[in-house]
Design a protein around this ligand. Structure first.
Ligand code: ZN
Length: 355
């Protein structure tokens, strides 16, 4: 089954974790033995070959760089220009992988159609993974004019916020609206047809964005507040609004968002019983709200600053996502539903908005 993963931070891992995604997963993890600078050292689950093994033929791949002022305790750059430069380095990594035939950019409906055709029919043992470029947090967009530059190099989705306060919108654990800059950013996004990624918007910014933006909206990696009560998650009301707009919501696999009472660095996937089935609980909750399976997909975030220490225990490699069709089937999902969840909902969303 072709899988579409709507949220991976591939470049961030290459540049900030110093992971060579062209190496084997084993090599990536071996080189991190004994390192303690990040909590997920030695626990990576992603390499380009593991994506191929898992038949994950299309990903949404991010650029990400935060700006922080003096008062912030979050990691980030001290000016938007530095953040922009960081995202340009990340873009350069994707471009280098394109040159090597590892990745293939998807920027419009024709390219998406051609890629699906290629992926399903090519006998190539090292197939090019299709990627749609997204930006997680808009701090690095120095001025709204930089959005045009980004669109021209292939940016097709943007989440205005990440963790904390942002220059254009307020994110997870923050409060407040978009302000003038945020509204101007959304207006230009709408003109360009850039998809609004609602993930990480705080409640105030989310509702203000819904009021001011009429373009395509998705939530690339988002779980349910009804199941795990935290402001990072969407309420049922927020899901209803997204569904009304035809959004697709990607299911992330970060354990702390999947089960209540996760304690970072203490809880383990085994002792908290976090598995891919837990992900299906969240997915099913959204399907119950929608009354159908048309609005859910995968947005695993499996390289988003965590690895096996904080993801479902039945995942040692991203290739294990291929267990999902069977698990869905055991939960009563039809083969049509499973295809929609695995790739068709994302592809259908892009068809509708790009064609
Ligand atoms: Zn995220």
């Amino acid at each position: 089954m072709l899988l579409f993963d709507a949220h991976l931070d591939l470049s961030m891992n290459a540049l900030e974790w110093n992971r060579d995604l062209r190496s084997s997963l084993q090599d990536i993890n071996e080189r991190e033995k004994g390192m303690t600078d990040k909590p997920d050292r030695g626990n990576a689950v992603i390499s380009l070959d593991e994506l191929r093994k898992g038949n994950i033929g299309i990903v949404v791949a991010t650029q990400i760089a935060r700006y922080v002022d003096k008062s912030s305790t979050l990691p980030g750059w001290h000016s938007p220009e530095q953040a922009w430069a960081q995202t340009q380095g990340q873009l350069a990594y994707y471009k280098a992988l394109e040159t090597l035939g590892e990745l293939s950019p998807i920027r419009n409906w024709e390219e998406l159609q051609a890629h699906v055709e290629y992926w399903n029919n090519s006998q190539d043992t090292k197939k090019k993974i299709g990627y749609i470029l997204s930006l997680e947090g808009a701090d690095s967009i120095i001025t709204v004019d930089h959005l045009d530059i980004a669109y021209n190099y292939g940016l097709r989705a943007l989440g205005p916020a990440h963790y904390g306060p942002g220059r254009y919108a307020q994110g997870t654990n923050a409060t407040g609206g978009l302000g003038e800059a945020g509204r101007a950013l959304l207006a230009r996004m709408q003109q360009l047809g850039i998809i609004l990624d609602a993930t990480h918007l705080c409640d105030d910014s989310f509702w203000e964005a819904m009021e001011h933006y009429d373009g395509p909206v998705w939530a690339s990696h988002h779980n349910c507040r009804a199941l795990v009560n935290h402001n990072r998650q969407f309420t049922d009301e927020q899901f209803k609004e997204l569904i009304r707009r035809g959004a697709v919501i990607g299911m992330p696999l970060d354990a702390w968002m999947m089960v209540p009472n996760w304690v970072r660095g203490v809880s383990t996937p085994q002792n908290m019983q976090v598995s891919l089935n837990t992900m299906i609980d969240h997915l099913d909750h959204i399907c119950q709200i929608a009354g159908n399976t048309n609005h859910v997909g995968l947005g695993t975030d499996l390289d988003g600053g965590f690895g096996t220490e904080q993801c479902p225990y039945d995942i040692q490699s991203i290739a294990d996502l291929q267990k999902i069709p069977d698990l869905l089937s055991k939960r009563g999902y039809s083969s049509d539903d499973i295809e929609k969840i695995c790739h068709k909902n994302w592809i259908g969303f892009l068809e509708k908005n790009w064609k």
